[in-house]
Ligand binder design. Structure first.
Ligand code: BJ8
Length: 430
């Protein structure tokens, strides 16, 4: 793929040599983890193709749009309202880093004791190996956690960076009014960037576009509640990851085609594991592509991950935007209501998240929960205390894993997961 697109990479100012190393490593990693899975749905073909062209065809598509005068907006958080970008005929792509590859470059500047997701994305901008960064006309950060907030200041020296201020008490009237004003300002910024006026009609259409994507992801997620699950945790995670970068309309159609096949599988009792395989809910920090570490370790034990309470999981799609009127203000208020429901650990208090984990555990018939936190993510790390208490009250075993993007601790994580599965088995037999 790299050869085919080398002129495009040059025009984007990328570091071709380093990018080749990244692509080789990614290709091997993907083949060994994904293409060796058994009993994969046929319709995963499309998503394999997307991965094979993730730095190729999709980047070409985005740059073809740019050549027609359209804009690309990069984002790092599910709080960045895609609907506003699409209403101005811009595209939005995810820029969160999920690879250790770029972390050493970031550590030349940033403190080592920072969340790997932040170091990863900042390193990708520094080393010029992420074509999504290099294709973005604007990046949108947000004041969720302190690490991100401060790194956006540095990022702004490298690429125009607009920061959305997120109210940390989103359920209060004050918080909602504040968020409404932030959305109005963001809308103005996007109109200025694109030169396109966002009308109520266009915003309504983009709300429908993104709602349809969320509905397809909900459909996929709900199918995983079946026993056996018709799709592996790795494959579902991959689809959630791809949702941040693919064209939303095409992606929605492909997820729905896959769901048709999964429904057929459910009717025929076809799954990816034994009916009595241990079912696990993963909850915590988002896993940006290509972070497949925990899922691949768990899957190798024979257990099935049936849901992710994560921003690359249920937090991404569990609520729709539901306008109560047709004016721009009505539509922006509907965005306020929807986005305020995303239970990020940066909020306080964040009881909605605890309730969501409890209800997901029931819906997906989880035998246990793996609480996943990235090193130096204080929000998710500290919030694990409350989640642990809530899981104990529900008599649901929980294992907390704190890790980074390196593979050095993979054997240790595997041992801990195996011991956890034994505890669950013992509990089932008691
Ligand atoms: S809404 S979870 S996508 S901020 S970067 S908080 S891992 S220390 S990503 Fe997130 Fe939006 Fe919240 Fe979701 Fe921790 Fe790292 Fe910060 Fe992170």
């Amino acid at each position: 793929m790299s050869e085919k697109y080398v002129e495009m990479y040059k025009s984007l100012g990328m570091n071709i040599e380093k990018h080749n190393i990244l692509l080789d490593a990614l290709g091997q990693f993907y083949s060994s983890i994904y293409l060796t899975q058994k009993s994969r749905p046929k319709k995963m073909d499309y998503f394999d193709f997307v991965v094979s062209e993730i730095h190729g065809l999709r980047i070409k598509e985005l740059n073809d749009l740019r050549a027609q005068g359209k804009k690309v907006v990069g984002a790092f958080c599910v709080y960045a309202p895609e609907e506003i970008a699409y209403a101005a005929e811009a595209s939005m792509v995810g820029l969160c880093g999920g690879a250790d590859f770029s972390v050493p470059d970031a550590e030349a500047i940033l403190p080592r004791s920072l969340c790997p997701l932040i170091k990863s994305f900042y390193g990708f901008k520094l080393n010029g190996t992420c074509p999504y960064f290099e294709s973005s006309d604007l990046v949108v950060g947000e004041t969720t956690c302190d690490g991100k907030k401060k790194v956006y200041e540095l990022l702004n020296d490298l690429i125009p960076t607009y920061v959305l201020e997120i109210p940390h008490k989103p359920d209060t009237q004050q918080g909602k009014e504040f968020w409404f004003k932030e959305l109005e300002a963001f809308k103005a910024k996007i109109e200025q960037l694109t030169g396109n006026k966002i009308t109520a009609e266009k915003l309504k259409d983009s709300i429908e576009l993104i709602n349809n994507k969320r509905k397809a992801l909900q459909r996929l997620s709900d199918l995983r509640a079946n026993s056996p699950s018709p799709i592996s945790g790795l494959d579902a995670l991959l689809i959630y990851q791809i949702s941040f970068n693919d064209d939303p309309k095409r992606f929605t159609a492909k997820v729905n085609e896959l769901c048709d096949e999964l429904e057929e599988r459910v009717r025929n009792g076809v799954g990816v594991a034994d009916k009595d395989a241990t079912r696990l809910l993963v909850s915590g920090c988002p896993m940006a592509i290509p972070n497949w570490k925990l899922h691949s370790i768990v899957q190798a034990t024979g257990a099935t991950i049936v849901a992710e309470e994560s921003c690359v999981g249920t937090r991404l799609f569990s609520d729709l935007v539901e306008p109560k009127g047709d004016s721009i203000d009505d539509l922006l208020w509907a965005l306020v209501e929807k986005y305020s429901k995303i239970p990020c650990a940066c909020f306080t208090p964040n009881d909605r998240r605890i309730k969501s984990i409890q209800s997901l555990a029931k819906q997906f018939k989880a035998d246990g929960i793996i609480y996943y936190t990235l090193q130096n993510c204080h929000d998710y790390n500290v919030e694990s205390v409350k989640v642990d208490r809530a899981m104990k009250a529900q008599d649901l075993p929980m294992l907390k894993i704190e890790t980074d993007y390196t593979m050095g601790d993979a054997p240790q994580i595997q041992t801990r997961v195996e011991a956890f599965l034994e505890i669950i088995q013992g509990k089932k037999q008691a």
